[in-house]
Design a binder for this molecule. Structure first.
Ligand code: PNS
Length: 181
């Protein structure tokens, strides 16, 4: 066994008996069923998933970070292993503060890969303590994204089966045309 492997084994032994926490960071503007699918898959591996909404007032978003948090909480319906929070600054610092062992990112298609790869390598450079874990979304959600849902909803397109119900209700408040569909 190499020294690196020994140290990894030691770390993993030390973690036994403790909760394995993963951070699922993102803009979530808004949460989609694709995101929910990733959360469910992450819970197959980790004991707790913290859905961490990026709070960045400089970034233009449809929903405020509080609205995004509330929609996620409502959609998760108090399901204990899922916590919802906001973060700002460096993701790896936040992960360290939460004692998380991994950062989860969903992958839909090859087009996601380049950006995700770059982010993961930057995060690894900034911290050796947190691993990036990529989870493939279910085929059903492969073309789903927050931006495309917002675009369709804006013009009254039916997005009912792409977002949890609490998100649909908030989108209806923002886009009056959606009310008529
Ligand atoms: O849903 P998104 O917009 O693709 O999520 C991107 C997010 C929030 C994961 C990313 O922008 C992020 O981690 N921001 C925090 C700042 C940071 O740590 N940057 C260094 C790694 S690139």
């Amino acid at each position: 066994m190499t020294d690196t492997k020994k140290s990894a084994a030691k770390k993993s032994a030390a973690k036994k008996g403790t909760k394995r926490i993963a951070i699922y960071p993102g803009s979530f503007d808004p949460l989609t069923n694709g995101h929910v699918d990733v959360i469910e898959r992450a819970l197959e591996i980790f004991d707790e998933v913290i859905v961490a909404v990026l709070h960045n007032p400089a970034k233009k978003s449809l929903f405020s970070s509080q609205e995004r948090v509330d929609m996620i909480k409502d959609s998760m319906n108090g399901f204990k292993p899922v916590q919802v929070d906001t973060f700002d600054g460096l993701l790896v610092e936040y992960a360290r503060m939460k004692n998380a062992v991994a950062v989860i990112r969903g992958m839909r298609a090859i087009s996601d890969f380049e950006n995700e790869f770059q982010m993961a390598l930057m995060n690894r450079k900034l911290s050796k303590d947190v691993q990036s874990v990529f989870l493939m979304t279910g085929l059903r959600w492969i073309f789903t994204s927050s931006s495309i849902i917002k675009e369709a909803a804006q013009f009254g397109g039916d997005i009912s089966d792409m977002v949890p119900r609490p998100v649909k209700l908030k989108l209806m408040e923002k886009f009056p045309k959606l009310n008529r569909s």
